[in-house]
Design a protein around this ligand. Structure first.
Ligand code: PHE
Length: 342
Protein backbone atom coordinates (compact mmCIF):
# COMPACT_ATOMS: atom_id res chain seq x y z
CA UNK A 1 0.00 0.00 0.00
CA UNK A 2 1.35 3.39 -0.94
CA UNK A 3 1.75 5.87 1.89
CA UNK A 4 -1.09 8.15 0.73
CA UNK A 5 -3.33 5.12 0.53
CA UNK A 6 -2.71 4.39 4.19
CA UNK A 7 -3.32 8.01 5.16
CA UNK A 8 -6.70 7.92 3.43
CA UNK A 9 -7.70 4.64 5.09
CA UNK A 10 -6.61 5.93 8.51
CA UNK A 11 -8.67 9.06 8.03
CA UNK A 12 -11.70 6.97 6.96
CA UNK A 13 -11.42 5.07 10.22
CA UNK A 14 -11.19 8.26 12.27
CA UNK A 15 -14.23 9.66 10.47
CA UNK A 16 -16.15 6.45 11.06
CA UNK A 17 -15.38 6.34 14.73
CA UNK A 18 -16.14 9.96 15.43
CA UNK A 19 -19.10 9.98 17.81
CA UNK A 20 -21.95 12.30 16.85
CA UNK A 21 -24.63 12.41 19.52
CA UNK A 22 -25.93 15.97 19.51
CA UNK A 23 -25.88 19.22 17.59
CA UNK A 24 -22.53 20.38 18.97
CA UNK A 25 -20.69 17.12 18.19
CA UNK A 26 -22.21 17.27 14.70
CA UNK A 27 -20.72 20.72 14.24
CA UNK A 28 -17.37 19.46 15.56
CA UNK A 29 -17.55 16.65 12.98
CA UNK A 30 -18.13 19.16 10.19
CA UNK A 31 -15.25 21.41 11.28
CA UNK A 32 -12.84 18.50 11.80
CA UNK A 33 -13.38 16.82 8.43
CA UNK A 34 -15.29 19.02 6.02
CA UNK A 35 -14.31 22.54 7.16
CA UNK A 36 -11.86 24.78 5.30
CA UNK A 37 -9.15 23.74 7.71
CA UNK A 38 -10.47 20.21 8.03
CA UNK A 39 -8.66 16.88 7.65
CA UNK A 40 -9.90 16.31 4.08
CA UNK A 41 -8.23 19.55 3.02
CA UNK A 42 -5.01 18.33 4.67
CA UNK A 43 -5.10 15.06 2.76
CA UNK A 44 -5.61 17.01 -0.45
CA UNK A 45 -2.22 18.66 0.23
CA UNK A 46 -0.57 15.26 -0.30
CA UNK A 47 -1.32 15.63 -4.02
CA UNK A 48 2.02 17.44 -4.45
CA UNK A 49 3.94 14.44 -3.16
CA UNK A 50 1.98 11.79 -5.09
CA UNK A 51 3.83 10.52 -8.18
CA UNK A 52 2.29 11.76 -11.43
CA UNK A 53 1.00 8.38 -12.58
CA UNK A 54 -0.87 7.96 -9.28
CA UNK A 55 -2.38 11.46 -9.14
CA UNK A 56 -5.61 10.38 -10.90
CA UNK A 57 -6.50 7.51 -8.56
CA UNK A 58 -5.37 9.59 -5.59
CA UNK A 59 -7.82 12.32 -6.64
CA UNK A 60 -10.60 9.75 -7.05
CA UNK A 61 -9.87 8.22 -3.63
CA UNK A 62 -9.97 11.60 -1.86
CA UNK A 63 -13.20 12.55 -3.65
CA UNK A 64 -14.76 9.26 -2.67
CA UNK A 65 -13.81 9.81 0.97
CA UNK A 66 -15.19 13.35 0.79
CA UNK A 67 -18.60 12.26 -0.52
CA UNK A 68 -18.65 9.44 2.04
CA UNK A 69 -18.00 12.00 4.81
CA UNK A 70 -20.64 14.38 3.41
CA UNK A 71 -23.31 11.73 3.26
CA UNK A 72 -22.42 10.61 6.77
CA UNK A 73 -22.79 14.20 7.88
CA UNK A 74 -26.20 14.52 6.20
CA UNK A 75 -27.28 11.27 7.78
CA UNK A 76 -26.30 12.43 11.26
CA UNK A 77 -28.09 15.70 10.68
CA UNK A 78 -31.44 14.18 9.67
CA UNK A 79 -31.29 11.53 12.36
CA UNK A 80 -30.59 14.08 15.05
CA UNK A 81 -33.69 15.97 13.88
CA UNK A 82 -35.95 12.92 14.14
CA UNK A 83 -34.18 11.57 17.20
CA UNK A 84 -34.28 8.09 15.75
CA UNK A 85 -30.62 7.24 15.47
CA UNK A 86 -29.69 5.25 18.56
CA UNK A 87 -26.04 6.01 17.89
CA UNK A 88 -26.76 9.69 18.14
CA UNK A 89 -28.99 9.52 21.24
CA UNK A 90 -28.20 8.79 24.79
CA UNK A 91 -31.24 6.67 25.65
CA UNK A 92 -31.22 3.66 27.90
CA UNK A 93 -34.02 1.50 26.54
CA UNK A 94 -33.66 -0.89 29.45
CA UNK A 95 -34.18 1.72 32.14
CA UNK A 96 -37.12 1.10 34.53
CA UNK A 97 -40.21 3.15 33.64
CA UNK A 98 -40.79 6.27 35.73
CA UNK A 99 -43.27 5.70 38.54
CA UNK A 100 -46.76 6.97 37.79
CA UNK A 101 -48.52 8.70 40.62
CA UNK A 102 -51.98 7.15 40.53
CA UNK A 103 -54.91 8.97 42.06
CA UNK A 104 -57.10 7.47 44.75
CA UNK A 105 -60.85 7.22 45.03
CA UNK A 106 -62.56 9.65 47.39
CA UNK A 107 -63.83 7.92 50.55
CA UNK A 108 -67.38 9.01 49.68
CA UNK A 109 -67.11 7.21 46.33
CA UNK A 110 -65.65 4.16 48.04
CA UNK A 111 -68.50 3.91 50.53
CA UNK A 112 -71.16 4.69 47.93
CA UNK A 113 -69.80 1.95 45.66
CA UNK A 114 -69.68 -0.49 48.54
CA UNK A 115 -73.30 0.23 49.53
CA UNK A 116 -74.41 -0.18 45.91
CA UNK A 117 -72.50 -3.44 45.65
CA UNK A 118 -74.06 -4.84 48.82
CA UNK A 119 -77.62 -4.02 47.78
CA UNK A 120 -77.09 -5.10 44.18
CA UNK A 121 -76.53 -8.63 45.48
CA UNK A 122 -80.17 -8.70 46.60
CA UNK A 123 -81.56 -7.22 43.41
CA UNK A 124 -81.46 -3.44 43.92
CA UNK A 125 -80.57 -1.34 40.88
CA UNK A 126 -79.40 2.27 40.81
CA UNK A 127 -81.82 5.04 39.80
CA UNK A 128 -80.75 8.67 39.79
CA UNK A 129 -82.54 12.02 39.70
CA UNK A 130 -81.65 15.70 39.31
CA UNK A 131 -80.09 17.81 42.09
CA UNK A 132 -82.34 20.73 41.17
CA UNK A 133 -85.85 19.59 41.98
CA UNK A 134 -89.37 20.93 41.97
CA UNK A 135 -91.66 21.14 44.97
CA UNK A 136 -93.72 18.14 43.82
CA UNK A 137 -90.90 15.59 43.75
CA UNK A 138 -89.05 16.80 46.85
CA UNK A 139 -92.08 17.47 49.10
CA UNK A 140 -95.67 17.30 47.89
CA UNK A 141 -95.64 13.84 46.31
CA UNK A 142 -93.85 12.63 49.42
CA UNK A 143 -96.94 13.46 51.47
CA UNK A 144 -95.55 16.81 52.65
CA UNK A 145 -97.97 19.44 51.35
CA UNK A 146 -97.21 23.19 51.48
CA UNK A 147 -98.39 23.86 55.03
CA UNK A 148 -97.04 20.63 56.52
CA UNK A 149 -94.90 21.24 59.62
CA UNK A 150 -92.55 18.44 58.54
CA UNK A 151 -91.17 20.82 55.91
CA UNK A 152 -89.28 22.53 58.71
CA UNK A 153 -87.43 19.27 59.39
CA UNK A 154 -85.22 19.98 56.43
CA UNK A 155 -84.02 23.54 55.92
CA UNK A 156 -84.25 24.02 52.20
CA UNK A 157 -82.26 26.08 49.70
CA UNK A 158 -85.00 27.49 47.47
CA UNK A 159 -84.03 28.65 44.00
CA UNK A 160 -87.11 30.69 43.13
CA UNK A 161 -89.19 33.13 45.18
CA UNK A 162 -92.37 31.11 44.76
CA UNK A 163 -90.44 28.16 46.31
CA UNK A 164 -91.30 26.03 43.30
CA UNK A 165 -87.69 25.07 42.54
CA UNK A 166 -85.08 24.03 45.07
CA UNK A 167 -81.92 22.02 45.68
CA UNK A 168 -83.16 18.57 46.69
CA UNK A 169 -83.00 17.97 50.43
CA UNK A 170 -82.99 14.18 50.03
CA UNK A 171 -82.83 11.62 47.26
CA UNK A 172 -86.40 10.48 48.02
CA UNK A 173 -87.30 12.82 45.16
CA UNK A 174 -85.57 10.41 42.75
CA UNK A 175 -87.73 7.62 44.18
CA UNK A 176 -90.89 9.54 43.24
CA UNK A 177 -89.54 9.87 39.70
CA UNK A 178 -88.89 6.13 39.57
CA UNK A 179 -92.40 5.31 40.88
CA UNK A 180 -93.90 7.63 38.27
CA UNK A 181 -91.98 6.21 35.33
CA UNK A 182 -90.91 2.63 36.02
CA UNK A 183 -92.85 -0.59 36.12
CA UNK A 184 -93.54 -2.57 39.28
CA UNK A 185 -92.11 -4.39 41.10
CA UNK A 186 -89.53 -1.77 41.90
CA UNK A 187 -86.29 -2.35 43.77
CA UNK A 188 -84.09 0.72 43.48
CA UNK A 189 -81.22 2.53 45.17
CA UNK A 190 -80.88 6.28 44.73
CA UNK A 191 -77.39 7.51 45.59
CA UNK A 192 -76.69 11.21 45.22
CA UNK A 193 -75.82 14.61 46.55
CA UNK A 194 -78.30 16.55 48.68
CA UNK A 195 -78.40 20.06 50.15
CA UNK A 196 -79.63 21.53 53.41
CA UNK A 197 -79.41 25.07 54.73
CA UNK A 198 -77.45 24.17 57.82
CA UNK A 199 -74.54 25.73 59.65
CA UNK A 200 -71.34 23.91 58.76
CA UNK A 201 -69.69 22.17 61.71
CA UNK A 202 -67.67 19.03 62.42
CA UNK A 203 -70.91 16.98 62.37
CA UNK A 204 -73.10 18.79 59.81
CA UNK A 205 -72.63 20.23 56.34
CA UNK A 206 -74.87 22.13 53.94
CA UNK A 207 -74.25 19.48 51.29
CA UNK A 208 -73.74 15.75 51.72
CA UNK A 209 -74.59 12.43 50.08
CA UNK A 210 -77.32 9.90 50.64
CA UNK A 211 -78.26 6.48 49.44
CA UNK A 212 -81.94 5.72 49.70
CA UNK A 213 -83.56 2.40 48.91
CA UNK A 214 -87.11 1.59 47.81
CA UNK A 215 -88.85 -1.74 47.33
CA UNK A 216 -92.42 -1.90 46.06
CA UNK A 217 -94.28 -5.07 45.26
CA UNK A 218 -97.31 -7.03 46.36
CA UNK A 219 -97.17 -8.09 50.00
CA UNK A 220 -93.99 -6.26 51.08
CA UNK A 221 -93.92 -6.07 54.89
CA UNK A 222 -91.94 -4.49 57.72
CA UNK A 223 -90.28 -7.89 58.24
CA UNK A 224 -88.78 -7.57 54.74
CA UNK A 225 -87.42 -4.13 55.64
CA UNK A 226 -85.83 -5.49 58.81
CA UNK A 227 -84.20 -8.44 57.05
CA UNK A 228 -82.86 -6.16 54.36
CA UNK A 229 -81.26 -3.84 56.92
CA UNK A 230 -79.88 -6.75 58.98
CA UNK A 231 -78.23 -8.07 55.83
CA UNK A 232 -76.76 -4.65 55.03
CA UNK A 233 -75.41 -4.08 58.56
CA UNK A 234 -73.74 -7.47 58.53
CA UNK A 235 -72.13 -6.90 55.13
CA UNK A 236 -71.08 -3.31 55.78
CA UNK A 237 -70.05 -3.35 59.43
CA UNK A 238 -69.95 -7.00 60.33
CA UNK A 239 -72.67 -6.25 62.87
CA UNK A 240 -76.10 -7.85 62.91
CA UNK A 241 -77.10 -6.12 66.08
CA UNK A 242 -79.60 -3.62 64.69
CA UNK A 243 -82.19 -1.59 66.58
CA UNK A 244 -85.28 0.05 65.06
CA UNK A 245 -86.46 3.12 66.99
CA UNK A 246 -89.95 4.53 66.32
CA UNK A 247 -89.70 7.80 64.43
CA UNK A 248 -91.61 10.04 62.06
CA UNK A 249 -91.26 10.80 58.35
CA UNK A 250 -94.19 12.19 56.34
CA UNK A 251 -93.64 9.65 53.56
CA UNK A 252 -93.49 6.46 55.67
CA UNK A 253 -95.89 4.93 58.14
CA UNK A 254 -94.79 3.40 60.42
CA UNK A 255 -91.32 4.96 60.46
CA UNK A 256 -88.18 3.92 62.26
CA UNK A 257 -84.71 5.24 62.87
CA UNK A 258 -82.03 2.57 62.29
CA UNK A 259 -79.26 2.13 64.89
CA UNK A 260 -76.48 -0.44 64.83
CA UNK A 261 -74.53 -1.58 67.86
CA UNK A 262 -71.29 0.36 68.14
CA UNK A 263 -68.67 -1.82 66.45
CA UNK A 264 -65.89 0.43 67.70
CA UNK A 265 -66.32 -0.15 71.42
CA UNK A 266 -68.50 -3.26 71.24
CA UNK A 267 -71.20 -1.41 73.15
CA UNK A 268 -68.90 -0.57 76.05
CA UNK A 269 -69.41 3.15 75.32
CA UNK A 270 -67.09 5.46 73.39
CA UNK A 271 -67.00 8.89 71.75
CA UNK A 272 -68.42 7.63 68.46
CA UNK A 273 -71.58 6.23 70.08
CA UNK A 274 -71.60 9.00 72.69
CA UNK A 275 -71.38 6.33 75.41
CA UNK A 276 -74.74 4.84 74.38
CA UNK A 277 -73.43 1.71 72.63
CA UNK A 278 -75.57 2.49 69.54
CA UNK A 279 -74.95 4.55 66.42
CA UNK A 280 -77.64 5.84 64.10
CA UNK A 281 -77.15 5.03 60.43
CA UNK A 282 -80.40 6.19 58.81
CA UNK A 283 -84.19 6.36 58.62
CA UNK A 284 -86.69 3.89 57.26
CA UNK A 285 -90.33 2.86 57.13
CA UNK A 286 -93.23 1.47 55.13
CA UNK A 287 -94.12 3.72 52.21
CA UNK A 288 -97.21 5.79 53.13
CA UNK A 289 -100.19 4.77 50.93
CA UNK A 290 -100.66 8.47 50.07
CA UNK A 291 -97.23 8.45 48.38
CA UNK A 292 -98.24 5.44 46.27
CA UNK A 293 -101.48 7.18 45.31
CA UNK A 294 -99.59 10.35 44.37
CA UNK A 295 -97.59 8.23 41.94
CA UNK A 296 -100.76 6.64 40.56
CA UNK A 297 -100.00 3.22 42.07
CA UNK A 298 -102.70 0.99 43.52
CA UNK A 299 -102.13 1.22 47.28
CA UNK A 300 -104.54 -1.65 47.95
CA UNK A 301 -102.53 -4.01 45.80
CA UNK A 302 -99.01 -2.80 46.44
CA UNK A 303 -96.97 -1.96 49.50
CA UNK A 304 -93.33 -1.10 49.96
CA UNK A 305 -90.54 -0.10 52.26
CA UNK A 306 -87.99 2.69 52.00
CA UNK A 307 -84.83 3.56 53.84
CA UNK A 308 -82.23 6.30 53.60
CA UNK A 309 -78.77 6.85 54.96
CA UNK A 310 -76.06 9.48 54.83
CA UNK A 311 -72.91 8.30 53.04
CA UNK A 312 -70.68 10.70 55.00
CA UNK A 313 -72.07 9.34 58.23
CA UNK A 314 -71.32 5.77 57.25
CA UNK A 315 -67.85 6.70 55.99
CA UNK A 316 -67.16 8.50 59.28
CA UNK A 317 -68.15 5.39 61.22
CA UNK A 318 -66.30 2.99 58.97
CA UNK A 319 -63.05 4.93 58.80
CA UNK A 320 -63.39 6.69 62.18
CA UNK A 321 -63.29 10.19 60.71
CA UNK A 322 -64.20 12.81 63.27
CA UNK A 323 -64.94 15.86 61.10
CA UNK A 324 -67.34 15.89 58.12
CA UNK A 325 -65.55 18.94 56.65
CA UNK A 326 -62.54 16.76 55.79
CA UNK A 327 -64.54 15.23 52.92
CA UNK A 328 -64.72 18.60 51.17
CA UNK A 329 -61.24 20.01 51.73
CA UNK A 330 -59.46 17.86 49.15
CA UNK A 331 -56.40 17.69 51.35
CA UNK A 332 -54.10 15.16 49.68
CA UNK A 333 -52.79 14.00 53.08
CA UNK A 334 -56.34 12.99 54.04
CA UNK A 335 -57.26 11.46 50.68
CA UNK A 336 -54.05 9.45 50.32
CA UNK A 337 -55.01 7.42 53.37
CA UNK A 338 -57.63 5.62 51.24
CA UNK A 339 -55.06 4.29 48.78
CA UNK A 340 -55.42 0.70 49.88
CA UNK A 341 -59.21 0.67 49.41
CA UNK A 342 -60.46 -0.37 45.97
N1 PHE B 1 -85.52 10.96 53.28
C1 PHE B 1 -85.16 10.81 54.65
C2 PHE B 1 -84.12 11.84 55.04
O1 PHE B 1 -83.53 12.43 54.17
C3 PHE B 1 -84.60 9.45 54.94
C4 PHE B 1 -85.63 8.36 54.77
C5 PHE B 1 -85.76 7.73 53.56
C6 PHE B 1 -86.46 8.01 55.80
C7 PHE B 1 -86.70 6.71 53.39
C8 PHE B 1 -87.39 7.02 55.66
C9 PHE B 1 -87.51 6.40 54.46
O2 PHE B 1 -83.88 12.07 56.18
Amino acid sequence: MTSWNKEIEDLRQIINQFEVKDASSLEAFRIAFLGTKGKLKDVMQLMKEVPNEEKKIFGQAVNELKSFTESLFENYKTNLGTSSNPKSLNIDFWATATKQNLGVRHPISLVRNEIIQIFSKIGFVVAEGPEIEDDWHNFTALNTPKDHPARDMQDTFFLTEDKEFLLRTHTSSAQIRAMEHQNLPLRILTPGRVFRNETISARAHCTFHQVEGLYIDEGVSFADLKQCIYYFAKEMFGSENVRFRPSFFPFTEPSAEIDISCFICNQKGCNVCKKSGWVEIGGSGMVDPNVLKNCKLDSNKYSGFAFGMGIERIAMLKYQINDIRLFWQNDIRFLNQFKAAF
